[in-house]
Design a protein around this ligand. Sequence first.
Ligand code: GLN
Length: 389
Amino acid sequence: MQKLSERTMSFTDSVIRRMTRVSNLYDAVNLSQGFPDFDPPQELVTALSRVAVNGPHQYSITWGAKNFREALAAKQEHFTGMKVDPEREIVVTCGSTEAMMASMMSLVDPGDKVAVFSPFYENYGADAILSGAEPIYIPLRVPEFYFDERELEEAFRKGAKVLILCNPSNPCGKVFSFEELSLIARLVEKYDAYVITDEVYEHIIYEPCKHIPFATLPGMRQRTVICSSLSKTYSITGWRLGYVIAPPVITETIRKVHDFLTVGAASPLQEAAVTALKFGDEYYKSLQEKYTSLRKFFLDGLDKAGITHTTPCGAYYVLADISEFGYDSDLEFCEDLAEKVGVGAVPGSSFFKEDVRHLIRFHFAKKESTLQEALSRLMKIRELMPRKK
Ligand code: GLN
């Protein structure tokens, strides 16, 4: 038998998804793969049951149902002031995962270079490989996750055509400041580059931080491809509804890639989700309050358990320091943690290009009772986990 494709040989399966399987195996409280265990908003569920009866059940337009795109354009303008043409500047995709992949395939040719801040969400590595690009990593330095302007400029000088900007950041919870974004914008302009943003956590943000979409910086709209999704904002990760917002010259190509990859996102789900896109400000305020309270609950619990951790400004992830246990492999640590303590986490090394093995990622998008259970188990971490050194 001949070998399978070379293209796929250099990446492994997703460590995040693998840790969900490991958690299930040991009946651990799964704080690895980031998705909520609470229900989506009731109106959304009701809308879905209405759609089950009334349809649609056939394909929508490949780049997204008209009413979905119109509601999305209105929401985007409401929150960011951006005027988005729903007919020409939106492509609805199967999650932001597809949005990112389709964007990369549309902007990048084999051999092109793509700049990525490290730590990064693991899909970007695979996206780069699948589109034939060579990633150049720019470290965000622990513990504040600042980047060095010279290192970023060096990436552009080496020819990076695209920068991937995950803001708010998974896994480190960084929210880029206006000054940082302005500095990036200056370099993007100078080196004639594009930015693909991942803004799926745009509404999960903690005071006093504010989310500033990169596309709203002067001159950046034409250079920015926004990827985002409804997964995190409306607690519907399984619906796989994402989108791209970009200028027409770019969406024209992304539409074609998207069409041949998936034809379209699920039309009944788009129809139901219009209800969510039309929610008023109270919804987003209560989402923010909910996550602010979950963050406090979880971080206080980690403090009580004596576990050193980061404090995110956005998104719902925490990096915890496991140095004291002396493991060489954070993957082995996470497997032991699931088995012996009963809590699922993701090894930090799957997010860092640098050799970082002393961090693991927990997420706190869970009911308080679920987090409570995880925290009571973590209180016994020092009794239950072996020490390697
Ligand atoms: N973005 C989430 C995480 O980082 C879920 C990833 C996924 O499995 N799609 O855990």
